[in-house]
Design a protein. Structure first.
Length: 202
């Protein structure tokens, strides 16, 4: 079963109906802790682009004093309107991911459970390579299914293959299993080869 869904009206209706409200109380604490730790590993202050941010669940797991600028990108205006807290220094952009044209750069770009909703799960990785600052990196989280032929797993294999073939630097990677529900995620922290590096940050 394909997860690809790019109809804005469908997403708006689902957010208005409260379908995604359970994410705010999700028990995925361990996964969010790893993702947040990797984001903060950039340094004491950073800019973050959350691609497919929904209603900003990731913000609840970050030290916002260390996030100099947050940009939330989502196809659903209903989701963006629900983000709390909203800071004057931050940006909230309603746009399909494929149509978004970055006008600035970020230190970290997060793809949190979003790539398998794309027609091509690696297209956003290509799209945002030039939107990373020096030493910047991607943080990717993808849910794994038990069935190796499941759509999620096919997308994950495609992402892994792309990272390997494009010469991305694998900065870190973990697999998280929740034993109680037999669910799993693969998390990747990677740096595109085009991104300049210095000795300031890892």
């Amino acid at each position: 079963m394909s997860l690809v869904k790019q109809d804005r009206t469908a997403w708006e209706n689902e957010y208005q109906a409260g379908k995604w409200e359970n994410l705010a109380s999700s028990p995925d604490f361990a996964r969010y802790k790893v993702v947040a730790g990797w984001i903060h590993s950039f340094g004491p202050s950073l800019s973050l682009l959350d691609v497919g941010c929904g209603h900003g669940v990731m913000l609840k797991h970050l030290d916002l004093d260390r996030i100099e600028h947050f940009t939330g990108l989502d196809i659903a205006e209903t989701a963006l309107n629900a983000i709390q807290p909203k800071r004057s220094s931050d940006s909230y952009i309603c746009s399909p991911i494929e149509e978004f044209k970055p006008s600035r750069k970020w230190d970290v770009i997060l793809f949190n459970e979003v790539l398998y909703y794309m027609h091509d799960p690696v297209a956003p990785l290509r799209q945002f390579e030039t939107a990373l600052n020096p030493n910047g990196f991607y943080v990717i989280s993808m849910h794994k299914k038990n069935n190796p032929l499941a759509f999620n797993n096919k997308c994950l294999r495609k992402v892994r293959r792309f990272i390997r073939e494009e010469g991305y630097e694998l900065l870190d990677g973990v697999e998280i299993h929740r034993l109680a529900s037999r669910t799993a995620w693969e998390l990747l922290k990677v740096r595109p080869h085009r991104v300049m590096r210095s000795e300031v940050h890892p």
